[in-house]
Design a protein around this ligand. Structure first.
Ligand SMILES: [Zn+2]
Length: 287
């Protein structure tokens, strides 16, 4: 299990922080324990030099701050006691225990007295829409959504403001994942725990899960067991010839495999497909 804790790269103000969602002006704010984060400001201008370091006159920025707030009404404010959000990303192939890990972390947060909510994609209705179920049968209630931007409205503004931890399952299906997570963690002080596939069946980046890495506090890559040899499996092999990226299914269509079996599996699939196509051509020419 690979785990990267507290990515220092956030301090480098990488270009990804200047995505459209982050286009509003920012001020730099300092948390009491030297954590640096960005907040929307109404007056301050964004620095033109992306490599600029936070040696700006922070004292001046802080003099205007008055009251701590966790609500959207206080987004221009920043004080010593303002809540600091977090983003934790859990990735891996299918059958690696991503949802199980997410549920475990959400249960721990809940047990510790924090207010939690879980969101899953409404595209995945395999186990019913109002609950989240792991491959090994664990179950928790959740909110099914087509996009994350509707979460605040669906939950209600008051409940959202009180919420402390947001879990997102099957994160690869949400197109507005980056915007939602950066808003929730950077501006609203929420802890966001995200679980999803990092790669699709062709090992291409899936959705915008990997876009979160530059703004994440931690990234955990889980592995499954190769169905063919039992070694660590980091990839998802699709057993069928279906070519659309989003094909929601379970073990009937997918299996977790190691690198060797991913490569050989793709070769076998290509060979099988070629044989079938040639047979079909033969049959149609005879008919
Ligand atoms: Zn294998």
């Amino acid at each position: 299990m690979l785990k990267i804790i507290r990515m220092k790269s956030l301090l480098n103000l990488s270009p990804s922080l200047y995505k459209p969602a982050a286009a509003a002006p920012f001020s730099l704010c300092f948390h009491s324990q030297s954590t640096i984060f960005l907040r929307k400001a109404t007056k301050l201008k964004i620095p033109q030099n992306p490599n600029f370091l936070p040696s700006v006159s922070v004292t001046n920025s802080l003099t205007n701050y008055s009251k701590p707030s966790n609500s959207s009404h206080g987004r221009g404010l920043c004080t010593e006691s303002a809540p600091s959000g977090e983003i934790h990303v859990i990735v891996g192939p299918m059958f690696a225990g991503k949802t199980t890990t997410l549920l475990k972390r959400m249960k721990t947060e809940s047990t510790n007295g924090r207010s939690v909510a879980i969101i899953k994609s409404s595209k995945d209705s395999r186990y019913g829409l109002d609950s989240i179920v792991t491959h090994d049968g664990q179950k928790l209630p959740c909110l099914p959504l087509a996009d994350l931007s509707s979460f605040r409205e669906k939950l209600g503004a008051e409940k959202y403001d009180k919420l402390e931890v947001i879990g997102i399952d099957e994160a690869q299906f949400f197109g507005d994942l980056y915007d939602f997570c950066s808003e929730a963690a950077d501006h609203d002080g929420k802890t966001v725990i995200v679980a999803g596939l990092d790669g699709d069946y062709l090992r291409r980046s899936f959705g915008s899960v990997l876009d979160l890495i530059p703004i994440a506090d931690s990234v955990t890559k889980l592995n499954a067991r190769c169905e063919l040899c039992g070694k660590n499996a980091f990839f998802t092999l699709r057993k069928t010839d279906e070519t659309k990226t989003e094909l929601i299914a379970g073990a009937d269509v997918y299996m977790a495999v190691c690198r060797n079996h991913y490569v050989s599996g793709q070769v076998v699939k290509e060979a099988t497909k070629a044989v079938l196509e040639s047979k079909n051509r033969l049959i149609s020419s005879v008919l």
